[in-house]
Design a protein around this ligand. Structure first.
Ligand SMILES: Nc1ncnc2c1ncn2[C@@H]1O[C@H](COP(=O)(O)OP(=O)(O)O)[C@@H](O)[C@H]1O
Ligand SMILES: [Mg+2]
Length: 226
């Protein structure tokens, strides 16, 4: 099974924004791409239904016809770690259904891109971390990191956590590059021996095509879409 998982150094670092940008760029290259958010917590209830907002945004980015349940297998209302969000509604996240979801899409589509939740060491249950699931999926990893002070440390820790699970790291996207140079890209490339795919600027997040334009301008997408 082949696909790409996007993880972050943390939550709220731009995983969804970067995923939308890459997915729309793939659509524009004529690739049959599907974008998944297999586990989403913090999904607000609207008219009696939980709405996983990342999953909805990814469906839009991929111009997908899939139903929400085929994009997001586990959705929970509370905005806490998935293991706890599941526990609070009396459920448990199992790896099997997520791996089946990924495999099913991999059979039907040219490219599967999935967004994780938080980072690699986020628990899905008392016995499973998100990184363990990604390792089992065989998907390759893209790490999204905010281009701020502290990101060298957080990114290199994420690279180490991936490597000790034998997850292939395709590269790092530095997100929301500030005007001041922090040396993040050079230090991460040197010490992590990992490609820097580029630095995505602050963009109009309401416009997926504007995000894709920014990605095409600033990121090397060939290792992902080439
Ligand atoms: N490149 C960007 N340009 C503009 N705003 C951004 C960008 N990246 C992230 N943001 C802001 O940060 C918020 C969190 O990003 P998001 O992609 O939802 O993070 P994550 O998926 O990692 O939790 C977004 O809602 C947006 O306000
Ligand atoms: Mg997200």
């Amino acid at each position: 099974m082949r696909g790409i998982y996007l993880t972050g150094t943390d939550t709220e670092v731009g995983k969804t924004i970067v995923t939308r940008a890459i997915v729309r760029a793939a659509v524009r290259r004529g690739i049959d791409v599907v974008a998944l958010k297999p586990v989403e917590s913090g999904a607000p209830e609207v008219d009696g239904e939980l709405v996983p907002e990342d999953a909805v945004a990814l469906i839009e980015a991929a111009r997908s016809q899939e139903g929400i349940g085929d994009i997001c297998r586990y959705r929970f209302p509370d905005p806490v770690s998935p293991h706890l969000a599941a526990e609070r509604v009396g459920r448990a996240i199992e790896p099997g259904p997520i791996l089946e979801l990924l495999a099913g899409h991999a059979r039907r589509h040219e490219l599967v891109i999935a967004e994780g939740a938080g980072g690699l060491l986020v628990p899905l249950s008392d016995t499973l971390l998100y990184g363990d699931l990604i390792a089992e999926s065989g998907f390759a990893l893209v790490i999204v990191a905010p281009n701020v002070l502290g990101t060298i440390n957080a990114t290199l820790q994420t690279v180490e956590a991936a490597r000790r699970r034998n997850i292939e790291v395709l590269g790092v996207v530095l997100n929301q590059t500030p005007p001041t140079e922090l040396g993040n890209a050079d230090a991460i490339a040197t010490h992590g021996a990992v490609p820097i795919l580029g630095e995505l600027p602050t963009a109009d997040i309401g416009d997926t095509d504007a995000l894709a334009d920014a990605a095409e301008r600033t990121l090397n997408l060939d290792p992902l879409l080439g």
